[in-house]
Design a protein around this ligand. Sequence first.
Ligand SMILES: Nc1ncnc2c1ncn2[C@@H]1O[C@H](COP(=O)(O)OP(=O)(O)OP(=O)(O)O)[C@@H](O)[C@H]1O
Length: 364
Amino acid sequence: MSIEIKGINKYFDQTRVLQDISLDIHSGEMLALLGPSGSGKTTLLRIIAGLEYQNSGLLSFNGKDVSRLHARDRQVGFVFQHYALFRHMTVFDNVAFGLTVLPRRERPTAAAIKQKVDGLLEMVQLSHLANRFPSQLSGGQRQRVALARALAVDPQILLLDEPFGALDAQVRKELRTWLRQLHEELKFTSVFVTHDQEEAMEIADRVVVMSQGHVEQVGTPEEVMREPESRFVLEFLGEVNQIKAEIKGNRLLVGQHHWPLEVSPIHQGAVELYLRPWEVELSAQPTSRCVLPVQVTDSIPKGHYWQLTLQPSGWQQTPLSVTFSHEHGVPPQKGERYYIGGERARLYAGDELLLQSYPYAKSA
Ligand SMILES: Nc1ncnc2c1ncn2[C@@H]1O[C@H](COP(=O)(O)OP(=O)(O)OP(=O)(O)O)[C@@H](O)[C@H]1O
């Protein structure tokens, strides 16, 4: 089932917490809502669920307006961070709950309910724990019960709010893989809220980056990471080195070092240069491209790459984080001195992107 969101606004008292949100969520897609605390992710999820109502704008499922439809009539399943399982019910009864409370006309027979719940427990690999109570389960097991319970009523849409937030790193990782597989098998449309970038990147088909109640960017994990459309997304997603610089005439200055610019500058004065750790170029000698002197203060092998920490020599206090791939030869060692530049540097003046990719002259 597809979800169409058009121009949704939401106020709490006088505060506008969602600003003109528009999104098309494709049928069968897994979409992550990612953003800092307070950016409106949960509010948007609750509006889709019908647990909260928008003040204006349209929400439809498969083209049908559901804006005023009650949560229970939306065919939506939810899983929240704090697994609200019924403590006095067994695992089996928890999963069966949604089916047993259906109106008599729609309720399956006891045998059909048993068959369905057994099937779901098998799918979440908990058949052997069917008679346990929630207090006798681990956090990861409880969360799998919560998922089975949400899936019992065959929801067309599954909404997850930080479903694995309270679990330890290893269990989170396992559940992510498992959720992704389950999604591929059952093909429900899924929207999940997360703080965790890695989680979003690993399991979502597309990621929605939110900030202060609006959508900053929507794209595949690859797109939002590689081609951030705003300074916010660039800073929020993944690691990035920030270097204070200045445009003076047709030169880009960092401290007393400079590059000639390739294009006529449209801006003069203070700018910020952004470089991802894997976009930093290193040279043992100063070249026209690698002009900033640094000293290696740390060099840690990470398998297929080395993680370097570079201390700028006299032009900035903050060290730089750089990755060095084995393909580029012998990795730099602690204490060695280098000169750096960057092919994919992005140059911002405030929120405005001035230049990206070779801000300085290629052939200089
Ligand atoms: N019931 C409410 N009444 C008043 N303000 C609310 C209510 N629910 C949320 N807010 C406010 O709306 C804004 C968005 O909250 P929301 O929970 O949607 O953000 P979020 O991105 O999910 O944050 P987090 O990641 O911390 O859960 C916040 O400023 C929050 O304080």
